[in-house]
Ligand binder design. Structure first.
Ligand code: CTP
Length: 400
């Protein structure tokens, strides 16, 4: 049920707009309060009267009422909502959302909304496949907006393929699940490490790695979305969290990351160590820039503290520890050794040999490896979806 939940339904111009009436009805049946914002071209596919009758609220489409001159306060509308769902989202509306092209009330409301935004694309298969559409969807996802993927089937053009808006009942159920999940981890303290660490050689040089921080930030956001109290301890990374409830601590070196993690180790329920922490750091840091000389340069390195292993060493009853392993060979064997030696509950293994997995991209292909040698393999998916799988598995371990 969605009692007390306020939902804005944005409708753009697509034949699938007729399905929006069913979506309003499904949401109302779940006891949500619904307000509809529609574009002019949406109203060519479905009449505002149908939607205002079903939603029991006025339907908004213009910045002002031509007769009375009254202004529609899109900012208020955007702030009112607990969730905004744009369904159907046409190719044009996706592009406007992705690029802030604010020429109608729906986009103005989208830009003013502080709540989570979902969108359900609906278009012909070739339009959906087009790189521009893909890029716009990726851009929206990078803002933290959630895409409800279209399904395969017969399209209005008569062609068969991917582009049909997801069924209204399914969208309503996803929304209900989302609100139910919001309390899944409430009261739980979760630390996520992310990004690389930089180990200084001198004031201008460091030893680092290619980790972008995307995976860790997605995990932090996912747990926060589900009600956890999340601290993200992040090495140098420009990736920003999309959830303002995530508390972020920026660090540079492995030692700083270790100190930040152990500052709250005692009260921790879950730790997900997604950072690519340097295993070695220079024995000493030169206070002045090292000048080049004839011949080779030797930098002596010493081991850093293994944060995950240290947490594993003092693990309390009920705490859940998750590690990552990036391997290039003997993947399962190495991950299996790691999960045991570090006393983790499971290791998220990704292999650099897998296409689409790894540091910089938006996708990952992972296997969860447990201490009892159980493994769960996952398909290639977005890092946002991998974060969901991790949160689901943590939930299973936390509430056994
Ligand atoms: N890790 C850590 N502290 C370190 C090093 C790694 O917490 N000093 C964590 C990482 O965040 C990750 C896991 O341990 O969760 C990775 O394990 P690790 O054995 O360090 O992997 P690699 O660095 O790839 O090491 P190896 O050379 O053994 O493969």
């Amino acid at each position: 049920m969605l009692e007390g939940k306020k939902i804005i339904l944005g409708i753009s111009g697509s034949i699938a707009a007729y399905k929006s009436a069913y979506l309003v009805r499904a949401l109302k049946k779940m006891k949500a309060e619904v307000k509809v914002v529609m574009t002019d071209s949406a109203s060519e596919f479905i009449g505002p009267l149908t939607l205002s009758t079903l939603s029991e609220n006025p339907v908004y489409s213009q910045f002002s009422d031509k007769k009375t001159g009254a202004w529609t306060n899109h900012v208020e509308l955007g702030l009112w909502a607990d969730l905004m769902v744009v369904a159907p989202a046409s190719a044009s509306t996706l592009s406007k959302m992705a690029n802030g092209h604010c020429d109608n009330l729906l986009i103005a409301t989208y830009l003013s909304a502080k709540c989570p935004v979902w969108f359900a694309p609906a278009m012909d298969l070739d339009m959906y496949k087009h790189p521009t559409t893909k890029e716009n969807i990726q851009k929206l996802e990078s803002f933290g907006n959630i895409c409800i993927e279209p399904t395969n089937g017969e399209l209005a053009s008569g062609l068969i393929g991917k582009g049909r808006m997801e069924e209204p009942e399914v969208i309503a159920q996803l929304i209900e699940k989302y609100f139910n999940n919001q309390h899944e981890f409430s009261g739980k303290k979760i630390i996520v490490t992310a990004g690389p660490t930089f180990e200084a050689i001198d004031p201008v040089r460091f030893i680092g790695n290619h980790s972008s921080g995307k995976m860790g930030v997605a995990i932090a956001d996912e747990f926060a979305e589900r009600g956890a109290e999340v601290t993200l301890i992040c090495g140098p990374s420009s990736i920003q969290s999309n959830n303002n409830k995530v508390k972020r601590i920026d660090v540079t070196s492995a030692e700083e990351m270790y100190q930040a993690v152990f500052a709250s180790q005692d009260t921790l329920d879950v730790a997900v160590m997604a950072a690519a922490v340097a295993d070695y750091t220079p024995v000493s840091i030169s206070s002045e820039k090292v000048k080049k000389k004839e011949g080779d340069l030797k930098v002596d390195l010493k081991r850093t503290k293994d944060i995950l292993k240290s947490l594993g060493g003092v693990k309390k009853e009920g705490q859940v520890l998750v590690g990552f392993a990036m391997e290039t060979q003997n993947e399962l064997e190495n991950a299996s050794k790691k999960v045991k030696s570090k006393n983790a509950d499971f290791i998220v293994l990704n292999s650099l040999r897998e296409e689409g997995a790894g540091f910089k991209g938006d996708t990952n292909k992972v296997t969860f490896v447990y201490p009892n040698n159980k493994t769960t393999h996952f398909e290639l998916k977005s890092k946002l979806d991998v974060a969901k799988d991790i949160a689901d598995s943590v939930k299973d371990l936390l509430y056994v």
